[in-house]
Design a protein around this ligand. Structure first.
Ligand code: WTA
Length: 638
């Protein structure tokens, strides 16, 4: 546990109190209306607020009860209802018949190649794939792994799974074959979707061979469906591999949606925690879309004709909720970009915004900081008049980056929605709405209907200006339901640290006006370029190298990536530290985890600071590395 918890935050709080007030028009025209009024209204009766939100979706059968805590912490929403996530994201629109010709997906690749799909075309693609999956025996409750780039076929695959009632498990394509194999194995996935490659920084990344290596160790896979994305030459295993275009060939363009119970799992998404085993977070068919659509309406102020660009990857929850499900549930156009943001030049993002007249740009602090390094002339050269709202997610946004984004990208016209949330929460939780007065660096207040707080270990609210644990005191429809195959871990991680509240794992403070200032994680979870990685996963990758007997890793601040990894390594008996060994271990870890784990430095040492019970005291290493006060070391033995 970091010392941060009791730190006084007066510095942060007093230096950033300037308010950016919304214009009268912005308040009048926003879906949520007056900010304080909507917060008050929802707080009076959150269940009513969510029930009204649920009425924006279509249900095969309505609920008997909105919410139940009878089996807490296994909370249930919309009990007795029948529905389907894909139905609400897609089929519902086709049945209504109003947006069939509207573009659902615009896709652009780094090379400039583009593809577009209308809602009708998306519907056809998803149906063919759903039929192909059914044809090979995929059924409700089955798990399907997806290891793909940010291309339209990943949307087809996710929706087709939801349609037949199978659970998709998307694994970020920056993870290694081992990380993929572990996740396939935990979920016992039957099918793996992948692609021949992905285009990045002018080169094709060979995804297929990574997938092949994973399948060797993941015995549950019966079929590998391969999208021909780059026409790259790949190994093809005739026994289990099939090209995507052959898989769907001749399939009917109609497919029915499985009638699911509202509490049936829709997908599993693995995320890092404090042990080396990632947690399979479960979201459900009923509540998840209710929460996500409500944030599309209130946070992103969707009216129905927007071009929405979320720069995340579908492999993370941000991509699930705000590249795919959110925009489709709202019936708008989502933009997908496969590639890096500074190719061929550092104004690629601004060019794409202008080319497609993007209205809402939702991105991450790490990307903003990377763009800041190139200077203001790149965004200055682009008017980006279509933009009306900006968003930030993934890590705390520093006030400098906030102001830069506001001034040079939003041209002081576009409010920034700094949205705090998690894989587990499914939707934006602490966030401004467009009608809220903003403070640079604060995620503002909880979304309507959400009761968040900053508390001490006993669950008592801490005074304003003091740091403490971020908790959610009530429940919401798109919350995590359990951890796949591990309900005990679900209880222990989220509901046992502080009795009766959802423990988020973040440190935060509230200011006098009730604005939240998120400080970062209190546990051993790192945020490298906004990507969530567990120290334990990285450490076990180090230890799996033959020359390493023990390792501890910490996150240290990085001006662009937010955090990067520094590792402390104890070498085996007679092994001598060397530059070559350093490189070799780095390569090994990269292979074990994937390029997501950015290692700044490896330090060879003799001993690690530990508690009597043998737990590594990472905060001691961190304090030493950063030249900070070490704090209480009474528990340390060496
Ligand atoms: C961090 C990403 C500050 C936080 C949606 C959280 C943030 C973790 C913000 C979840 C924000 C996310 N300000 N910190 N606006 N958004 N975080 O599961 O530490 O990948 O607990 O979900 O990201 O990461 P995850």
């Amino acid at each position: 546990m970091a010392k941060k918890e009791s730190r006084e935050l007066t510095d942060v709080l007093s230096s950033s109190q300037k308010k950016y007030k919304p214009s009268k028009e912005m308040v009048q025209n926003s879906n949520a209306g007056d900010y304080e009024a909507i917060l008050k209204k929802a707080a009076k009766n959150p269940l009513k607020f969510w029930e009204e939100a649920a009425n924006n979706l279509k249900w095969f059968k309505k609920w008997d009860e909105v919410f139940s805590d009878k089996e807490k912490p296994f909370f249930k929403w919309f009990l007795g209802a029948k529905c389907n996530l894909a139905y609400n994201a897609l089929d519902r629109h086709i049945e209504e018949g109003k947006i069939n010709k509207k573009t659902a997906i615009i896709w652009e690749e780094e090379s400039g190649r583009t593809r577009k799909f209308t809602y009708q075309e998306l519907y056809t693609e998803v149906n063919k794939l759903a039929n192909a999956l059914r044809g090979m025996g995929v059924d409700r409750g089955d798990r399907i792994a997806i290891y793909m780039p940010n291309i339209p076929e990943i949307v087809f695959a996710m929706l087709a799974c939801a349609k037949v009632g199978a659970m998709h498990s998307v694994v970020y394509a920056g993870f290694s074959s081992k990380a993929l194999a572990d996740r396939i194995d935990d979920a016992q996935a039957k099918v793996l979707f992948t692609a021949d490659g992905s285009f990045r920084r002018g080169k094709v990344v060979d995804l297929k061979s990574i997938a092949d290596a994973a399948v060797k160790n993941a015995k549950s896979i019966e079929k590998v469906v391969v999208v021909q994305n780059n026409k790259a030459k790949v190994n093809f295993n005739k026994k289990c591999d099939v090209w995507y275009h052959d898989f769907v060939k001749g399939q009917s363009v109609y497919a029915h949606c499985a009638e699911m119970d509202s509490e049936d799992p829709a997908f599993v998404l693995y995320t890092s925690g404090t042990t080396s085993k990632p947690k399979g977070v479960i979201h459900v068919h009923g509540g998840y879309p209710v929460g996500v659509l409500q944030t599309m309406k209130y946070v992103f102020d969707i009216k129905g004709d927007e071009i929405f660009w979320c720069t995340a990857d579908p492999g993370w929850i941000t991509g699930h909720s705000y590249i795919i499900y959110g925009p489709l549930l709202a019936g708008i156009t989502t933009l997908m970009y496969e590639g890096v943001p500074d190719m061929p030049k550092p104004d690629r993002i601004w060019k794409v915004v202008e080319k497609y007249k993007v209205n809402i740009l939702y991105t991450a602090p790490t990307l903003i900081r990377a763009m800041m390094k190139y200077g203001i002339n790149w965004p200055k050269a682009h008017k980006m008049e279509s933009l009306r709202l900006l968003g930030s997610v993934g890590e705390p946004i520093n006030p400098e980056a906030w102001k830069w984004f506001y001034t040079y990208v939003g041209k002081k016209r576009c409010p920034i929605m700094d949205t705090w949330w998690q894989t587990e929460t499914g939707m934006n939780m602490i966030t401004p709405l467009p009608s809220a007065p903003l403070k640079a660096g604060s995620a503002c207040k909880p979304f309507p209907g959400i009761i968040a707080d900053v508390v001490d270990k006993k669950g008592k609210s801490v005074p304003t200006g003091k740091g403490g644990f971020l908790v959610i005191r009530n429940q919401w429809p798109s919350m995590i339901r359990t951890i796949f195959n591990n309900p005990e871990r679900y209880i222990k991680t989220y509901w046992s640290e502080i009795r009766g509240m959802y423990f988020a794992g973040d440190v935060a403070a509230k200011d006098k006006e009730g604005y939240f200032w998120i400080q970062g994680r209190t546990d051993d979870v790192l945020k490298v370029a906004g990507h969530r990685i567990g120290t334990a996963e990285v450490e076990s990758a180090f230890v799996s190298h033959k020359s390493v007997v023990e390792a501890a890793v910490i996150g240290v601040p990085d001006p662009v990536k937010g955090e990067v990894i520094v590792a402390f390594v104890i070498l085996a008996g007679k092994v001598k530290p060397s530059e070559e060994l350093n490189m070799e271990i780095r390569k090994h870890v990269r292979k074990e985890i994937g390029p997501v784990a950015v290692i700044k430095d490896i330090k060879f040492i003799d001993k690690l600071p530990k508690t009597r019970s043998g737990k590594i005291m990472r905060r001691v290493l961190k304090a030493q590395e950063l030249g900070l006060e070490v704090g209480d070391t009474s528990a340390m033995v060496n």
